[in-house]
Design a protein around this ligand. Structure first.
Ligand code: AMP
Length: 114
């Protein structure tokens, strides 16, 4: 599975506003923010989407969600709340085939999404 722009961000070949990094995960600001705070949490490993996850990788999913909440707290989103979402495939609106959680906050978010 493939190389996407996010693999280049992991390897620091493309600049990104990185908010958190460890050996498994990276969080960086979305280049087209849809809310006052909008960042992405990705595994460093190039997994195409949530749909490609195996049972053995479920610990990684927990870690990615912890990173999402940790950075959201650092960004001051805990009080007002925020949304964590991952788009999957064509109908899900996924445009980059590297698993990523969007974390959005800093304004009221409507529901349901379009
Ligand atoms: P999705 O449509 O769910 O696949 O989300 C992909 C997200 O990646 C979009 O919100 C884009 O704005 C964001 N994105 C694409 N390229 C970059 C980049 N170079 N740096 C940061 N975010 C990016």
């Amino acid at each position: 599975m493939g190389e996407t722009i996010f693999s280049k961000i992991v390897r620091k070949e493309i600049a990104a506003a990185i908010l958190y990094e460890d050996e498994l995960a990276l969080a960086f600001r979305d280049i087209h923010p849809q809310a006052p705070v909008h960042f992405l949490v990705i595994p460093k490993e190039p997994i195409s989407s949530l749909d490609a996850m195996t049972q053995e990788q479920r610990g990684l999913l927990g870690h990615l969600q912890w990173v999402a909440s940790h950075v959201a707290r650092e960004q001051g989103l805990s009080e007002g709340g925020y949304r964590v979402v991952t788009n999957i495939g064509t109908d899900g609106g996924q445009s980059v085939a590297h698993l990523h959680y969007h974390v959005l906050g800093g304004r009221h978010l409507s529901w349901p999404p379009g």
